[in-house]
Each structure stands twice: as C-alpha cells, then as structure tokens.
Ligand binder design. Sequence first.
Ligand SMILES: Nc1ncnc2c1ncn2[C@@H]1O[C@H](COP(=O)(O)OP(=O)(O)OP(=O)(O)O)[C@@H](O)[C@H]1O
Ligand SMILES: [Mg+2]
Length: 316
Amino acid sequence: MESFVIQTENLSKVYQSRKQSVCALDKLNLTVQRGEVFGYLGPNGAGKTTTIRILLDLIRPTEGRALLFGENANKSSPALRQRIGFLPGELSLWKNLTGLQVIQYAGRVRGHLDMAYVNQLSERLKFDPSKKVRDYSSGNKRKLGLVLAFMHKPELVILDEPTSGLDPLIQQTFNDFLRHYSAEGNTVFMSSHVLSEVQAVCDRVGILRDGRLKAVERVETLTHADFRWVTVRFRDAVPPELLARVPGISQVTPLEHGYRFRMVGEWQALLHAIRDCYVLDIQTEKPSLEEIFLAYYNDVGDSEMAEAAEVKEGEA
Ligand SMILES: Nc1ncnc2c1ncn2[C@@H]1O[C@H](COP(=O)(O)OP(=O)(O)OP(=O)(O)O)[C@@H](O)[C@H]1O
Ligand SMILES: [Mg+2]
C-alpha cells in the first residue's frame, strides 16, 4: 500500500520561449494522503495549473518529479490513468457531439461505462446529456467535465477550479458530493479561488505564490488562527510606543481616542503594558478566512502568519 496518493519532490517548471523564461514552479514539495480533500490555492499565475498539468503528464517538469500512487507521473501507464479522474481548467470538446456521445466515447477509451452511475451523476448536477456540446452554456460544459472526471469512480480526482461558472445551488450540491466522495476513501486535489468552497470541503490547503509553496495548513487551523484585530479606547492620550513595544502587536493605527492593531498570542503582555492607563473600551474582531488568505497572497503578514501558526501549535 502506497503511503501518499500525490507526492512531489523539488518539482520545478521553467517555461522557455525565445523572448523570456518564466519560472512557474520552484522546488515544490507536497504530499497528499489517501482520503484527503486538498485545496490548492494561490493568486492568478501562481503555478496551480502548471502543477496539475505535470501531475497529469500533459507537460514535463524541468526538475524534480511527481509521484501518483508511488508511480512517476511521467509513466502514464493505462493502469494509473484508470485510477485518476481529471477536470481541466479549460475543457475542449468535440462541438458536434452530444454530451452523451462524449461520455460514451470516454467510456470506450477507458474500456468501461457504468451508465447507471453516469445518470446518477447527471441527475445530481442537473445536467442534461442529450444536447450538443456547442449548445451548452459554460456552466453546463463544466458539468459535463465533472461527469467525465468522476464517471469511472477514480480513487484520485484532480480538479482545476471545478466550480467556476456553476450557480450557487449546484456548487452546494457539488460540495456535498465531494465530501461524500472523499468519505469513501477517495482523494481529491483541487485548485480554487472560491474561499467559501475551500472552507466547506477541504481538509487541508496549500497556498502557492510565485511558484513557491507558502504554507500548508489544515483548514481548521487557518480559520482558528490565533490572531485578531483589537481596538482599545483610552480616556487620556497614550503614546503609540507603549503598544508598539508589546510582543505580538503590529500594524498599530491611531484612532481618535485609542488604537487599532493586530495581535497574536495571549492578552497578558498587553494588559500589563496598559495597566496604568484609563481604559474606556476594548473590542476584538477575528480575521475572516478571506483576510487570512489575502495575507498569504500578499507579502505583508507572512511573518505574522508564521507566528500565529507557531502559537497555535504551541497551544495544542
Ligand atoms: N505555456 C506556457 N508558456 C509560458 N508561460 C506559461 C505557460 N503556461 C503558464 N505560464 C506562466 O506560468 C505561470 C504560472 O501559470 P499557471 O497557469 O500555472 O497559474 P495558475 O496558478 O493556474 O493561475 P490562475 O489562477 O490564473 O489559473 C504564469 O506566470 C504563466 O504566465
Ligand atoms: Mg490556472
């Protein structure tokens, strides 16, 4: 039994053209375990699709390697293909065939077609396979792509932005479906920009920026990140240095009668620092998931994120 479903070792990709070379992926080391739903996040151009293309052996890495079920992805053996389902970011299909004809064709290529399961999937996604591909809206093309990705019940599904273009109701249905699918022991690797979806379905997330992996965290840990925004109002004027010296406090902004700042860790140091001040009010806000991700996507906040994660680990 293999230990990891996906494993990359120093995986790197440089796109070379006559004009320039772009380093899309820089020494990526990542593992995904059986039964996990792994969310692969990052701003546009971070290297998500590049990673997915290498996993599927559509392109080859410049350096390093990717293993699927312990087997090098570049082997592309039919047995390995059978175990994997894939939804590309941009689906190109034969426009003159109907959805059903495309499904039947895929079934023939794979050597197996479970029509009962295809119908079940189509019903769930409210997908009508009888129309021609050129008549499908972009959302319906996406649904066809999802049926193609799941119809052979693969142990690993790799999805590039699966719910882009789906309406909220279908998105919700799809999220439920994914949770059930992974609960049966299957593994899902998906890139996404939809944070609510990530929060709802993913066990862990990897955050990629400029081809580098910035963080890999359990979603729970991220959403319970141990930092918050604090607003303290004082009766009298208090110099900002008083707060700036307190460990765990950063981004101090003056307000009319106090300060707003970011705080990591325990309250004790702050309470000690302001023990001689006349405090009128203290308010705290938890950061939103959106804010947590944005801090990872931008340069600001990296060290604070690391600090927050460390504090969390220390507590556990
Ligand atoms: N075929 C290619 N030739 C040259 N450069 C490429 C090619 N494909 C991607 N790139 C570049 O590689 C980098 C990573 O692109 P990639 O498509 O992997 O990003 P992504 O994370 O999937 O972004 P998005 O969220 O927009 O889908 C970008 O700078 C992109 O311009
Ligand atoms: Mg992409």
